[in-house]
Ligand binder design. Structure first.
Ligand code: NAP
Length: 248
């Protein structure tokens, strides 16, 4: 179960945090992994880590908000590995502020990376996956996109938009055996959440049925499932990985 031998995966924002763990999880199950990130130094480190573990890995410096960059990412992937089986759209940023104080730049940056970045990567990979007549696209959304959050109108809009992209792409690509699903993580222990005070973390935990924050492995496990052959009859879905915090 969940064996990715012979499969090629592209993970954006793969240099650290959740993306890095997704890259490790796919690699440990046999995939060749291409990581794309703006952070060149961490990208190189991650590429070295994967290569040292025996994975066929490649780091490609990519700003997902640029279509020429994402075209280059997929071209480099196909040049080296000949195909793309799995695309994980994970790169994302926050620029939090109350709407009254939010600058146009804070709005534009988050939409450009989280929302347009997801569009760009899918657009760049489309021709290759269509040709292969198979593919798995997994977009990392957020529970904030489903329930909203004060101070995050830009982020919530981008992540709700990712759900809209997911469902539309699932419909457009279904005849070519390409599935497209989203994962909506809740509060995950990363550098993003390390800054929260103990009191805030305790309050958060009280709102989570499973009474803990999620781990990067929790998200990576869900990605592996949706990327697997076993998930072939699942498309257009949003899988919450949030300890039960948001129930539809
Ligand atoms: P992270 O630790 O900040 O890592 C994100 C990575 O993406 C970083 O390496 C970052 O580079 C890179 N990146 C930023 N802008 C980029 C761009 N334009 N093109 C390519 N790469 C770019 O974030 P994370 O916490 O792992 O989150 C990963 C994803 O999960 C995001 O989409 C986030 O919204 C989502 N998510 C996270 C949580 C959570 O609790 N952490 C919850 C729900 C959803 P730099 O280091 O240079 O910034």
């Amino acid at each position: 179960m969940m064996n990715f031998e012979g499969k090629v995966a592209v993970v954006t924002g793969g240099a650290r945090g959740i993306g890095a763990e997704i890259a490790r999880a796919l690699a440990s199950r046999g995939a060749s992994v291409v990581i794309a990130d703006v952070n060149e130094e961490l990208l190189e480190q991650m590429e070295k880590e994967l290569l040292a573990g025996g994975t066929e890995a490649l780091g490609v410096k990519t700003d997902v908000s640029s279509l020429p960059d994402t075209d280059n990412l997929i071209a480099k992937t196909v040049e080296k590995f000949g195909r793309v089986d799995i695309l994980v759209n994970n790169a994302g940023i926050t620029r939090d502020n109350l709407l009254m104080r939010m600058s146009e730049q804070e709005w534009d940056q988050v939409i450009a990376i989280n929302l347009k970045g997801t569009f760009n990567c899918i657009k760049s990979v489309t021709r290759q996956m269509m040709k292969q007549r198979s593919g798995r696209i997994i977009n990392i959304s957020s529970v904030v996109g489903l329930m909203g959050n004060a101070g995050q109108v830009n982020y919530a809009a981008s992540k709700a938009g990712v759900v809209g992209i997911t469902k539309s792409v699932a419909r457009e690509f279904s005849s070519r055996n390409i599935t497209c699903n989203a994962i909506a993580p809740g509060f995950i222990q990363t550098e993003m959440t390390h800054v929260l005070s103990e009191k805030v973390v305790e309050t958060l935990k009280s709102q989570i049925p499973l009474s803990r924050l999620g781990t990067v492995q929790d998200v990576a496990n869900a990605v592996c499932f949706l990327a697997s052959d076993e998930a072939g009859y699942i498309t257009g879905q949003v899988l919450n990985v949030d300890g039960g915090m948001v129930m539809a």
